[in-house]
Design a protein around this ligand. Structure first.
Ligand SMILES: Cc1cc2nc3c(=O)[nH]c(=O)nc-3n(C[C@H](O)[C@H](O)[C@H](O)COP(=O)(O)OP(=O)(O)OC[C@H]3O[C@@H](n4cnc5c(N)ncnc54)[C@H](O)[C@@H]3O)c2cc1C
Length: 390
């Protein structure tokens, strides 16, 4: 497999480069119209681009110093679901401002009793004329404080199997009856917008905000999670964003002096990072041209522990300086200081490492389901039974 980027004189590259020369500081709208924000999406939002063209566009965008509009949950997780399952009105209303980064999105999936076992959710949406009346609680909702819309999964038929009675909705976050409470976390400044509980009390959600068919939401929720796993395992160590171990190596070179143990650790982390980079290139066509499959879980299961290794190493290299709050350290070390504080979350959000390995075991290796889960036991009860078989 050739994993070199297309050459400098590749006509596709020259065309993209010409566009950036003509638009040195493109507005979000111009970027969206060019199709370069989501080249892998179908037209008119994207370019139906094959993997090589996607790599070229990313590469040329980086070279031009242009950043895509930021809307991680909208563009990365739920936009592709709306493209496929939304109706024309929904696509026209929601996708353009989502892609321009004008309306941020959040994901209202997890509940206190439904994390890894997401289908156990109990938030109810009951049809009443032109609206669904929503009651329940969501938790760990990233960006809820700043989001204009959320994608919500809620139970619309409690009398069927837990997977078949769920529907998928778009929720304007300013509806009456929605209360958003920020959860503090150790990352600090980003914390308030970063993480919230969301309470629904008799929220009247217009029926037109249902996506796809009533009670057909579980399949779309799984697609959203698979998109999320692809999105979270791009190159940056912090769920696709932030620095890579290559950047840490560059910092180590600047430091001049590196002790023998740090040198060993850097070489090991770099090797791991390069293997993951090659794996990402190999995965691109599977990830964006078709629906992402269990391979997305494999990549995330490898990438998250690598993120922890990278941030742990960066933190150790800071020495006593690493004890300071991120905003108090030198700008070039700030991503390492804040990334270190975020890093315990890497192997939890978007599917824990254990859950990802379950997906790999069952869907890639063909191993049988967990018998305890099949028998209706929770994970904790199942482990207790393993420890005390009697
Ligand atoms: C930074 C961050 C951002 C997040 N953002 C969002 C968001 O925007 N929207 C949203 O809806 N959610 C969000 N989440 C929530 C996230 O999806 C859940 O935390 C995750 O799915 C795990 O669920 P839980 O926390 O309830 O843990 P639990 O499911 O209670 O798991 C507890 C432990 O048991 C293990 N376990 C559970 N079941 C099994 C099993 N069958 N086999 C093996 N081990 C098992 C888990 O691996 C874990 O170690 C976010 C989480 C984090 C950390």
């Amino acid at each position: 497999m050739d994993i070199d980027l297309p050459h400098e004189d590749d006509p596709r590259r020259l065309e993209v480069r010409r566009w950036f020369e003509q638009h040195p500081q493109p507005t979000p709208a111009e970027l969206v119209d060019s199709g370069y924000v989501v080249p892998h999406w179908p037209r008119p939002w994207g370019l139906d681009a094959e993997p090589e063209l996607q790599l070229i566009i990313d590469d040329e965008m980086r070279r031009a110093g242009v950043a895509k509009p930021l809307n991680p949950i909208g563009i990365g997780h739920c936009g592709p679901v709306i493209v496929v399952h939304g109706n024309d009105d929904q696509r026209q209303r929601y996708l353009p401002p989502m892609l321009r980064g004008e309306e941020l999105w959040c994901q209202l999936f997890s509940e206190p009793e439904a994390g890894s076992d997401l289908a156990n959710l109990s938030t109810r949406a009951v049809r009443d004329g032109d609206v669904f009346v929503v009651n329940g609680q969501k938790i760990w909702t990233s960006l809820a404080m700043v989001a204009k819309f959320g994608i919500l999964i809620a139970r619309t038929d409690p009398d069927t199997s837990k997977y078949t009675g769920i529907s998928y909705f778009i929720v304007p976050m300013d509806l009456d009856g929605i209360e958003i409470r920020p959860l503090r976390n150790m990352v600090g400044g980003f914390g308030d917008a970063g993480f919230c509980e969301v309470f629904f009390t008799d929220v009247h959600l217009p029926a037109e905000n249902l996506i796809g068919t009533l009670n057909g939401g579980w399949a779309m929720a799984k697609e959203t999670l698979a998109n999320e796993r692809v999105s979270l395992s791009r190159e940056g160590l912090q769920w696709g964003y932030g620095p890579t171990v290559r950047d840490l190596v560059a910092l180590a070179r600047e430091m001049g002096e590196v002790d023998a143990i740090t040198r060993q650790r850097l070489a090991k982390a770099y090797t791991e990072g390069e293997i993951l980079r090659y794996h990402q290139l190999r995965q691109i066509s599977a990830a964006v041209n078709k629906k992402p499959g269990p391979d997305a879980s494999l990549r995330k299961a490898l990438k998250d522990p690598h993120g922890k290794v990278g941030f742990g190493l960066g933190h150790d290299m800071m020495g006593a300086y690493g004890l300071l709050a991120p905003e108090a350290v030198d700008p070039q070390w700030q991503p390492w200081a804040s990334g270190f504080l975020f890093s315990p979350a890497l192997t939890v959000g978007g599917g824990t490492s254990e859950v990802l390995r379950n997906v790999i075991a069952e869907r890639m290796l063909g191993l049988p389901h967990d018998q305890d889960v099949e028998a209706g036991l929770t994970w904790t009860e199942g482990r207790a039974r393993l420890r005390n078989p009697s």
